[in-house]
Design a protein around this ligand. Structure first.
Ligand code: TRP
Ligand code: ZN
Length: 467
């Protein structure tokens, strides 16, 4: 994440320019998508973002969001133009390296043409000034995300593509970056985001909250919660880092209902570290929003969002995502089962440890009644959802967890534990796909026969035979 290209690279590109026939090397446009198999327009080619500095203001009365996105990125090719994803909003000005750049818009693509080409390897700063009423998106599966306005506030949630409704960026999970998010709201309201609260100040009737996310974060995990929240700070003891900051934001109407589960945060953190290894981020917590704020919970980084007070198992699920999804992030939306299978299996393990059903019992019940799930478990394999409308389906969650249970049966509890922890450690703060995972498991359990697990459970059509 260095801000400047190394000197050696600058010299090399200067030499290239000198030796190219007739003068300058022509850059080419960076590409409007990353060919994600499910969301082909998501993300953009030709550069890699290292840091987002968002400086935003929101007025809930007229639902207007305005501000600047200051993006630091590294060119991965010679670039004559590059795309950002931004849906809706009015762009007012774009600069690259401080110079005005031409830009145009086409659907979710904001195409930027810098005055001078950017050279491969060059680190550059791109600033977009924008404003407008951010949009609520409807996903292929019918759920709403993006900007969700509510009474007196708003919630910004971004899985899988909603982050492009509130800031321009490279909105694909494969391009993770650090973030500094400043958000100014009318005095009396709170504005909560990811990471740590580094500053809070009130001036002229408006309060600014500054949030810092140092560890890499995928855009879909960026979050804003604006409204009447009760903010509380505490600390929790962790394995690796000693005392870790905890920040919870609770809508007042949810205070009573959420007290018991939030009081268990230290216990759930300790359980999760025992099972998954050291917590990967520098703060933790939760946002308990009004029930009407969203239709689902989301594992937003550091601080999952719950619409209303969560039960313990949902809390465990979203915390488990901090390892599986947020630290180890899918390379593409095809690999969703690596998020949801693990987070669902975490619930099974929690139940097992809490003297509830064993994971085997949960597995057996699903095996017997899988066709009755809200989406038939045997309708598609976890590793290959039928379409973008199915990446949040039961075969991804429950059957994904069944894949993990089949691995556990094949390798035994001790090796399974090593695999779960090792997977999180090996790909910490990175990206991984299904093939990385199967190769990893095989490397850890060279003597186990896993071929049927992969062929029948992970990639196979239909209901696998009971072994
Ligand atoms: N990831 C969320 C969870 O399991 C659920 C979710 C919300 C989701 N939006 C999504 C899953 C879009 C897939 C795609 O807690
Ligand atoms: Zn989940």
């Amino acid at each position: 994440m260095s801000r400047f290209a190394p000197v050696a690279l600058t010299v090399t590109s200067a030499l290239l320019v000198l030796t190219a026939c007739g003068g300058g090397v022509e850059g080419t446009p960076g590409g409007s998508g990353l060919r994600d198999p499910y969301f082909p327009k998501a993300g953009n080619g030709g550069y890699d973002v290292t840091h987002y500095a968002l400086d935003l203001a929101y007025a809930p009365d007229d639902r207007r969001l305005s501000g600047t996105a200051d993006i630091t990125a590294r060119a991965t090719q010679d670039l004559s133009a590059l795309n950002l994803d931004l849906l809706g909003m009015d762009v007012e000005r774009v600069t690259v390296e401080g110079e005005r750049a031409r830009w145009s818009r086409n659907g979710q693509e904001l195409v930027v043409r810098p005055r001078d080409d950017l050279d491969e390897g060059e680190t550059f700063r791109l600033t977009v000034r924008y404003s407008g009423t951010p949009e609520t998106l409807t996903d292929p599966d019918g759920s709403e995300e993006g900007w969700l306005p509510g009474s007196g506030g708003a919630l910004a949630l971004g899985e899988p593509t909603g982050s492009m409704a509130w800031f321009p960026g490279n909105h694909h999970p494969s391009d993770k970056a650090a973030y500094d998010i400043a958000i100014t709201v009318p005095e009396g309201l709170k504005a909560v985001s990811n990471g740590e609260l580094t500053h809070r100040g009130t001036r002229d009737g408006r309060t600014t909250f500054r949030w810092h996310t140092g560890e890499p974060m995928a855009g879909y995990l960026a979050m804003l919660a604006i409204g009447e929240y009760d903010l509380r700070r505490s600390t929790v003891a962790t394995e690796a880092d000693g005392e870790l900051p905890v920040l919870t934001a609770v809508a007042p109407a949810q205070a009573d209902a959420s007290r018991a589960v939030l009081d268990r945060l230290p216990e759930v953190m300790e359980w999760a570290e025992d099972n998954f290894g050291p917590y990967p981020f520098s703060s933790t917590g939760a946002v308990v929003a009004p029930e009407s704020a969203a239709e689902y919970a989301l594992e937003t980084q550091n601080r999952p969002v719950f619409p209303g007070a969560p039960g313990t198992e949902l809390f465990v699920h979203e915390l488990a995502h901090q390892w599986f999804g947020n630290s180890v992030t899918p390379k593409s939306w095809r690999d969703m089962w690596l998020n949801e299978g693990f987070a669902t299996y975490a619930e099974w393990l929690w139940q097992e440890d809490a003297d509830g059903d064993s994971a085997q019992e949960t597995f057996d019940a699903l095996y017997d009644h899988g066709e009755d799930e809200h989406e038939d478990l045997w309708s598609f394999p976890p590793a290959e959802p039928t379409s973008a409308a199915h990446i949040s389906g039961a075969p991804v969650y429950q059957r994904g967890a069944m894949v993990l249970h089949k691995i556990r049966q094949a390798v035994g509890d001790d090796t399974f534990h090593e695999i779960v922890q090792g997977w999180a450690a090996d790909h910490r703060h990175g990206n991984a796909d299904t093939e990385d995972f199967t190769a990893y498991v095989e490397g850890k359990a060279p003597d186990a026969d896993l071929s049927a697990v992969w062929e029948d459970w992970l990639y196979g059509e239909g209901k696998p035979d009971r072994p």
